[in-house]
Design a protein around this ligand. Structure first.
Ligand SMILES: Cc1cc2nc3c(=O)[nH]c(=O)nc-3n(C[C@H](O)[C@H](O)[C@H](O)COP(=O)(O)OP(=O)(O)OC[C@H]3O[C@@H](n4cnc5c(N)ncnc54)[C@H](O)[C@@H]3O)c2cc1C
Ligand SMILES: *[C@@H]1O[C@H](CO)[C@@H](O)[C@H](O)[C@H]1NC(C)=O
Ligand SMILES: *[C@@H]1O[C@H](CO)[C@@H](O)[C@H](O)[C@H]1NC(C)=O
Ligand SMILES: *[C@@H]1O[C@H](CO)[C@@H](O)[C@H](O)[C@H]1NC(C)=O
Ligand SMILES: *[C@@H]1O[C@H](CO)[C@@H](O)[C@H](O)[C@H]1NC(C)=O
Ligand SMILES: *[C@@H]1O[C@H](CO)[C@@H](O)[C@H](O)[C@H]1NC(C)=O
Ligand SMILES: *[C@@H]1O[C@H](CO)[C@@H](O)[C@H](O)[C@H]1NC(C)=O
Length: 519
């Protein structure tokens, strides 16, 4: 796999940037080629400076860290893996990587299914595995709210279980095994209608900058960087701690269910009603995490959802159109929130290859059918008989979510409540055979193109890409503020990373060409 990938990268490097983009790879990753001997040198220096915190290929713990990524297609072979015991060590290590001019990445929960972002071939992976602090800080404190200090190693279920002992929660991820970097892409929560993006609930980031210093980033110390980090992914530094506003939560109604293929149309109709004016999505206590899928080799439909309702009503009206569909597995009940999140554990398996690509469409009577139909048409045309599951998770974004985001100080995503509601359509594929990678990619790109064209024709296009659900060839940050945020984000990068280290040496969703003209 690592060898195949290296060959792919070398071949790409010899193509023009335009041809690389046409081949479906972000042309910017061509800038991030391996730097062989420099990596070896940097790993040796790190290993002397940080005993027990640098893993080399072949060593016992290396394999576990290199494969602690949800998508098997993202399992690569770093030259070494740096697992600092403290934030200070992480920051000092970053300074060494910068001085040695090597390519490096950060990996926390490892759930971003984009090969080459959280791990890489030949460069250095900085794994936040040992940064596990969890401390509840009560008022009075400078942020004026109770908050959780949390090291970036956490998975969301751990956070919820910890806070639940105190009758609290935070607006974070929806699936048990997902990690902290969700906060760097905005972050969609079950509580987003009440509390905005997950990132809007960060009161402070502790960040290791390119110059090796460790800084607190909040509304008082660095308002511009604070804004940019809420959506800015790996463009500014490596986060060594998140301070998260906490809120009360009692028992909730919720659970995970699946529906038989024969109920797919009923599900699509129920979600259509849910997202339209007067539908269940307008109840800020109600959230769903639905998806539909199709297996071209069997012709079978599948669908299901997670439900969360903040309250002990055992049959909330907002969800009734969906809860009344007969289920084939799973159950819904009034229970602890951690139990609901634990019911998503089926998503945690690291047993296959995945791709995510995101688009967005306004909420309208035609929306759900449009998304389903193009998924099917393209799958039947491009993947006949292929053993894979392809489909979409259609995630409602409400006006009150976008309003709450702005009320809490805003973020780089900067979406206008007056342009809501809309849905994020995360087109996904999952499969086992690496030989299918290119075909699934072709299906994804064709489906997104067809959806966007059709949506535009109907006046339903929503020109924004959610970074957390984006795919390799997409440019989510370029769509923030409908194109208006990136200038300000680049100015912030020039201020805190004047050499452009996080643009040139760190792969990921970047700020665009301006900062790395050297490539
Ligand atoms: C099953 C599943 C469910 C999901 N559910 C949701 C959801 O409910 N809501 C939602 O918003 N998103 C969701 N996502 C998307 C998810 O939020 C993103 O993939 C997110 O990046 C995952 O964070 P992580 O720490 O696990 O990722 P990683 O793969 O570790 O990191 C993702 C990116 O952040 C960078 N990074 C990692 N650690 C750091 C750090 N400490 N500092 C700076 N940069 C860092 C990496 O280099 C990489 O570019 C889901 C994804 C999956 C696979
Ligand atoms: C870092 O390495 C790249 C090539 O890998 C080179 O183009 C660049 O000039 C180097 N930067 C510095 C500051 O040495
Ligand atoms: C859940 O609802 C209660 C009661 O309305 C409210 O106090 C609490 O803040 C809500 N929790 C979340 C996470 O929204
Ligand atoms: C799958 O769902 C679609 C949309 O409702 C429907 O047209 C199709 O007949 C379903 N296929 C099967 C095999 O159930
Ligand atoms: C339930 O579905 C009906 C019929 O489509 C619709 O009128 C109603 O608004 C829906 N209710 C909710 C809460 O979504
Ligand atoms: C699809 O692939 C999986 C994993 O290899 C296998 O278990 C399953 O039987 C295959 N299904 C079909 C229909 O070939
Ligand atoms: C690193 O950069 C930050 C932000 O620009 C600055 O405050 C700090 O003094 C710098 N540290 C060093 C050691 O240069």
């Amino acid at each position: 796999m690592a060898i195949l990938r290296s060959i792919f990268v070398v071949v790409l490097a010899s193509l023009s940037a335009a041809a690389a983009a046409a081949a479906g790879r972000d042309s910017r990753s061509v800038c991030l080629l391996s730097d062989g001997e420099r990596v070896k040198g940097a790993c040796a220096v790190l290993r002397r400076g940080f005993p027990g915190q640098v893993l080399l290929p072949g060593e016992a713990e290396y394999g576990g860290e290199a494969t602690a990524l949800w998508d098997q297609a993202a399992w690569l072979q770093p030259g070494c893996i740096f697992t600092p015991f403290t934030a200070k060590s992480l920051a000092r290590g970053v300074a060494i990587l910068v001085e040695r001019n090597v390519t490096f990445t950060a990996r926390s929960g490892g759930h971003m299914p984009v090969a080459g972002h959280a791990s890489l071939d030949d460069g250095v992976m900085v794994a936040t595995t040992h940064l596990t602090e969890k401390t509840l800080v009560r008022k009075p404190n400078p942020y004026g709210t109770d908050y959780l200090r949390a090291g970036p190693a956490f998975r969301w279920l751990e956070v919820y279980s910890f806070l639940e002992q105190h009758g609290l929660t935070t607006a974070g991820g929806r699936v048990s095994s997902v990690g902290s970097s969700l906060l760097l892409g905005g972050g969609l929560s079950y509580f987003s209608s009440a509390h905005g993006w997950a990132a809007n609930n960060v009161v402070n980031f502790e960040l290791a900058l390119a110059n090796g210093s460790l800084v607190d980033v909040n509304a008082r110390t660095a308002p511009d960087l604070f804004w940019a980090l809420k959506g800015g992914s790996s463009n500014y530094g490596i986060v060594t701690r998140y301070d998260l506003r906490v809120v009360p939560l009692g028992r909730v109604f919720g659970g995970t269910v699946t529906w038989a293929g024969e109920h797919t149309q009923r599900y699509l109709d129920a979600q259509t009603a849910f997202i339209l004016p007067g539908g269940g999505a307008e109840d800020d206590r109600a959230a769903i995490m639905p998806n539909f899928g199709y297996n071209p080799s069997t012709g079978q439909n599948s669908s299901g959802t997670v439900f969360v309702f903040n309250g002990t009503d055992a049959n909330p009206a907002a969800l009734r159109n969906l809860t009344s569909i007969p289920t084939t597995s799973g159950s819904v009940a009034v229970q602890r929130f951690s139990e609901v999140v634990a019911s998503t554990a089926g998503y945690a398996a690291r047993d296959r290859r995945w791709s995510f690509y995101a688009t967005a469409v306004k909420s309208a009577p035609a929306t759900m059918d449009l998304l389903y139909r193009h998924m099917r048409t393209q799958a039947d045309a491009l993947l006949p008989g292929v053993n894979a599951t392809v489909g979409a998770a259609v995630q409602p974004i409400t006006v009150s979510h976008l309003t709450a985001a702005r009320q809490r100080g805003g973020d780089a995503l900067d979406l206008d409540p007056a342009r809501g509601p809309f849905v994020i359509a995360l087109f996904y594929g999952n499969w086992f055979d690496p030989a299918l990678d290119a075909r699934i990619r072709a299906w994804t790109l064709a489906t997104i193109a067809a959806v966007e064209k059709d949506a535009k024709r109907r006046g339903l296009d929503y020109p924004w890409v959610f970074l957390n659900d984006a795919g390799q060839a997409q440019d989510p940050i370029g769509t923030y503020g409908y194109g208006a945020s990136v200038r300000r984000m680049r100015a912030v990068a020039r201020r805190y990373d004047p050499q452009g280290v996080f643009q040139r040496n760190v792969p990921g969703f970047k700020l665009g060409s301006e900062l790395h003209s050297g490539c």
